[in-house]
Every structure is written in C-alpha cells, then in structure tokens.
Design a protein around this ligand. Structure first.
Ligand code: AHR
Length: 637
C-alpha cells in the first residue's frame, strides 16, 4: 500500500457520525426512556390475539395490569384526571389488602440498594380515605423488596410521588411487579402510573443509564430524529404530531405508533432534545411532510400542507428559537432554556415510496418556507426533487454482508461524475451537480437477529470506511435501527416479542444490555477517527493460473471421511490471504483430492492438520497455494 502522506486529501468532517432510531423494537418505551410501567395510561390496545386486543375497552382490565387480593379493578372514563388521560383504573377494595399490579416491560428490574421514584394520580370515593401503598414485589412468592405509603388520598385528583428503596439484601432480578394497593372499603382510582429507576445524570423522567453509556462510547455528533417511518405514521392521525408530545406527561395523549404498538409519548420532543444534550449531539430534525405510510398524502398548496408547513416552522422554533420566542418559551418551560444548535432539517422520510409523485410539490412548499424563515438551515431531501435544489440527499441501505462489503466502494468512482439520481442504492454515487451532498441516514448489514453477527460488523466497518473515503460527497451517516428490546414472545400471557426489525445495533432486556459486533466496530471507528483521507494506492498482484492440478499429492487421507466440518483459508506463497475462511464458507461442496463435503459455517475447533497443502480438483489456479484447514473429526476433536 502506497500512502502519499505529503499530498492533500479529503477532509473527514468531525461531525459526520450520528445515531438514528425511532419508536421501534421498544426503543423508547421499554428502552431508552427509563419509565418502567407499561401501559401507564391504560390505553394500550394489546396485541393481536392477546389481552386487550381490538381496542381499548372501558370496563375491562387493561393489558399488563392484574389484580391482587380480594378487590376488583376496571377502567372507567368518567371524570378523567386530565383531558389527555381519558381512562382511569378504578380499584374497588375488598376488605383486606387489594391492589393493581403492573408487569412492566418484560419485568420490573430490581437491584439492591436502589431508589425508585413512583408517581401517580389518585382520587378516593365510596368512603375510602386511607393511604395507598406503592411497592415492588417479586413474582415468585410476592416478597416486597421496596414500599412506601402516600398521605391519605382525597376525593379530588391529586398527584402523589413517593420514593421506594430496595435494601442490600434485595435480589437482582426482573421477575417482579409494581403494585398499588390499599386496605379497607370503598374505591380508589388511578391515572398515569409511573415508576422510574435512577436515570442518566439523575434527570427526572430521564433516560436509561446503561443504554446512554453504550451510546456515549459511540461519540455521536448528531441524532437524526424522530424517524423513520415513525415520523410519518400509518395514518394522518398517527403521524409524529410533536405538539402533542411536549409539556407535562399528563397533557400528552400518546398515539398509535407504526410498529405495532402504542407509544406513551412520555419520550416526546423534549426527551429527544434531552438525549441530544446529554450525549453532546446536535439534532438533525426531520419534519412531517404530508405523506403517511398507507399512501395518503396532502397536495402541495392544500390547506393541510399549509398546516404541516406551519407546524414545521414552529417545530424548528421549538428546537432552536430563543427562549423568548413563542415556541422557544415552551421549550424553556420543558426544561431547556438554551436553544439547541440546529443546522440540518430533513423534509419527510423515504419519500421515494410516494408513488403519486407528490413529493416534489410538498418538498418545494416546505423548503421554500423554511429557507425564507431560516436561511442558514441546510435542507435535506429524502427522495429526488426537481423544483427546489436541496443541500443534501438522504439515502438508505439495508443489505446483506456481501452486498454492503461490495458497496464499500460504491462512492469511489467516478469522481466528479454524477450518476442518475435513484435512491435506496440504485445508481446514485453521491456526487450531484450544484454540490448537493449525501447523508446516508439509515444503513446496516442485515445479518443476525435481533442483533448483527461479527460478519455483519466487518461488512459494516468496510462500508463506513468507504463512506469516510468519500467524505467530499458523503458528509453524514448513521446506522439504523439503533436499539432493540430482545425479549421473546410470552405465549402464556399472550404478549408478542418486543422487537419488529431484524437487525439492530444495541440489545437489551429489563436488566441487561449489550453492544453487538457492529456496535463495537463503530466504537473502534469512532475512537480512531481520522481527519483526512490520504491518497493511497493498493497494489495486489494478480493470481497466476497454473497449468494443472497435481492430483493425489495432498489430502487428509483416511481422516477426511471422519470430518464433521472444516474451514479454510487459502494463502499464496508470499503470505497473502487469497480466500478467507469467511469467503470459503459460501462455497458449497468443495471437491478435494480426498473427497467432498459441504463447508459449514459453524464455530471452529482448535486447528488440526493446519498447513497441509491441498489441491482442489477443478481449480488449477490454486496449486501452489497453501490451504490452511481447521477441521473437527466427527464425535470430537
Ligand atoms: O429503520 C427502520 C425503517 O427502515 C425506518 O423506519 C424506515 O425509514 C426504513 O425503511
């Protein structure tokens, strides 16, 4: 490899790497948002075929809730705590201790010496005037590991907040429930029931510590938010309606997400900003652009598009406007007096799916308004447009390891020559007239479920290096999706598995979390980020074909019949690896002088017979090369 260290190279922007996810795989509810109560406002419809399926029933027991003791519980819709919380859970006491229990997001994580903040709205009726006990109880045996009492509950809605502390002897387990209970006669109603463990930087209503630590190690410089399909929603009523996702939790109604479950919207626009702030990352804000996933769209110039355009301008003000502007004031009231740095706004998401051709008009209407009010903002298009020139195109690639590896060079050539502008990988080389840059806003090797394999991590790393090498054209990139709650389905309870998307960067359950090989590849790249791509030339000598294969010269002899599996590397006399074990795995039914068998991709046994020289019948080109074989005999080593 010749590297020209004295020649100028392409600068790699320090801010080119970011994060991207949305409400998918329980990324926020049951993930990054540290809230532990699932269905805290009793509105979740439940899964197909599971409890609560088919809609929110008044008079039933909501999904994820159960009754303990002699009482009864059901949802009611009279006199709600706030207009955004239409259902309350009414507990009719049955004499002894009665309660309602929540089983959390696949359990409630219990750890020793830990303080939890529980809060809920409550109101008493039917003569009840006692305290409510909030507790965390182990599933098996019901042992109480933390509890606290409220003051006596009154006849009007009030919010109660208590701290629950586990002792040194508490187990570490997620097989636990959160219980609200009371004793005596009468009834007590609950609304917006919440339980938080310690959060990242001890922020109220904050983010999960272990996930934030994993993400911090990726050193992201931006977060593309809020989606993804989640920006669009399946129907107009399910779009990312940011104005319903700000302010206090009791004023957020929640909405049906597009990945099969309802979002509490406890993780709303202010929490996205908290996420940015705590990681030192800038928001890259995607605004709803009048197209939803069922194919409906608003026409450019329609009253609906005027509303969406205005909402986008206001959303930009909420994020980046001064604290004395109308929407900057709302942001300050949500805890962020300082405006957030905002340089990029994306209009829509993957609008290449809009077969109506409406994107050009919708984009142009919104881009024109944004440019007029915020001329400093760079505008990102999510599909080709012709009536307004964007600053950046956002392109997405979800591919196999082999394809993404091949695509590591897709931006290399031809320099300075625009290719036809097709999205989702087809043809577009990132270099367009007018200096339009490329943002690879979603990409991943799709291998490994629900988190990627090592092979995927290698392909990912090669792809990222290809993007970096072309930093003159590709200015930003982020893997997607970022987060996955890995819990499997629980048929006993009728709960579906927690995840929807095949391959995701960081996995977790209620107690634990881990970075996949792709995550670690990205950490390595982030910690070793270059400033400049130096011009380099790689000289690989071509493999010289040989005349014939000296059959019978080498082999495993009688041993080959007992081979359970084998893995190969092929090395040239000068030490170059011509065929890695990984590539060899893709070749089925290799013929060797000793026989043939399928090469399997299983884990390798310790090397045996390493370094024997083999010949491969039918391929004379490898005669002089050494095939290293790592193999295992049937039934053992
Ligand atoms: O990242 C998952 C999905 O992939 C996103 O929601 C969408 O933009 C893309 O198709």
């Amino acid at each position: 490899i010749d590297v020209d260290v004295d020649k100028p190279g392409v600068a790699i922007p320090a801010d080119s790497f970011g994060l991207m996810t949305e409400e998918i795989n329980h990324a926020y509810d049951g993930g990054l948002f540290a809230e532990l109560i699932q269905n805290r406002t009793f509105q979740d419809p439940g899964s197909r075929g599971g409890p609560g399926a088919g809609g929110v029933a008044v008079g039933g027991l909501p999904v994820h809730w159960s009754v303990i003791g002699p009482g009864k519980a059901a949802t009611v819709d009279a006199d709600p705590a706030t207009p955004a919380l239409p259902l309350s859970l009414k507990l009719e006491l049955g004499g002894g201790e009665s309660g309602v229990a929540n089983d959390g997001y696949w359990g409630i994580p219990v750890r020793p010496n830990t303080a939890y903040t529980a809060s809920f709205f409550a109101k008493a009726s039917g003569g009840f005037a006692g305290p409510v006990t909030a507790s965390i109880r182990i599933d098996d045996g019901g042992a109480i590991v933390a509890k606290a009492d409220t003051p006596p509950v009154t006849g009007g809605w009030l919010k109660y907040t208590v701290t629950l502390r586990t002792g040194a002897d508490a187990p570490t387990t997620s097989k636990a429930r959160f219980v609200l209970s009371a004793s005596g006669a009468g009834s007590v109603e609950f609304s917006l029931v919440s339980l938080f463990p310690p959060t990242y930087q001890n922020t109220p209503n904050g983010l999960r510590v272990d996930l934030m630590e994993l993400m911090a190690d990726l050193r992201p410089k931006f977060i593309r938010l809020p989606g993804g399909n989640y920006l669009e929603g399946n129907r107009f009523s399910d779009r990312f309606n940011w104005k319903q996702m700000i302010g206090p939790a009791e004023l957020r109604p929640g909405h049906q997400g597009c990945w099969g479950y309802r979002s509490s919207d406890g993780f709303g626009l202010p929490e996205y900003l908290l996420w940015c702030k705590q990681l030192g990352a800038e928001p890259v804000l995607a605004v709803f652009a009048g197209y939803v996933l069922n194919g409906d769209y608003a026409r450019a110039g329609s009253p609906e598009m005027a509303v969406y355009t205005q909402e986008a301008l206001e959303e930009i003000e909420y994020v980046s406007g001064p604290a004395d502007s109308e929407w900057g004031r709302r942001r300050a009231a949500d805890g962020f007096p300082e405006p957030f740095p905002l340089r990029y706004v994306e209009i829509g998401n993957e609008d290449w799916f809009d077969r109506s051709g409406s994107y050009d008009g919708r984009f142009t209407q919104m881009a024109t308004a944004i440019r007029a009010k915020y001329p400093h903002l760079k505008i990102i298009a999510s599909a080709p447009v012709k009536s307004f020139t964007p600053d950046v195109f956002d392109d997405h690639f979800y591919r196999s390891a082999r394809e993404l590896l091949r695509m590591s060079s897709m931006y290399d050539e031809p320099k300075g020559t625009p290719r036809p502008l097709r999205f989702n990988g087809g043809g577009y080389n990132g270099r367009q007239p007018g200096g339009i840059k490329t943002f690879v806003g979603e990409w991943a090797t799709q291998e490994g479920r629900p988190t990627p394999t090592l092979n995927a991590g290698l392909a990912d790393a090669a792809f990222v290096m290809g993007l970096e090498r072309n930093s003159d054209a590709v200015i930003m990139q982020c893997y997607a999706p970022l987060l996955v709650n890995v819990n499997p389905a629980d048929p006993g309870k009728g709960y579906p598995r927690a995840w929807q998307w095949g391959t995701n960067l960081i996995g977790y359950d209620a107690l634990r979390s881990f970075g996949s090989p792709s995550y670690h590849a990205q950490v390595m790249l982030a910690h070793n980020k270059g400033d400049v791509v130096l011009p380099a030339k790689i000289d690989v000598a071509p493999v010289k074909p040989k005349e014939e294969t000296p059959k019978g010269k080498v082999g495993l002899g009688a041993w080959h019949t007992q081979v359970e599996y084998a893995d190969f590397t092929v090395t040239a006399p000068d030490g170059r690896v011509l065929l890695s074990a990984d590539q060899a795995r893709d070749i089925k039914n290799w013929k060797t002088t000793g026989g043939s068998w399928s090469v399997r991709g299983d884990a390798l046994a310790p090397a045996e017979r390493d370094g024997e020289t083999w010949a491969i019948a039918g391929d004379p080109s490898w005669t002089d090369y050494t095939i290293h074989v790592r193999a295992r005999k049937r039934g053992g080593r």
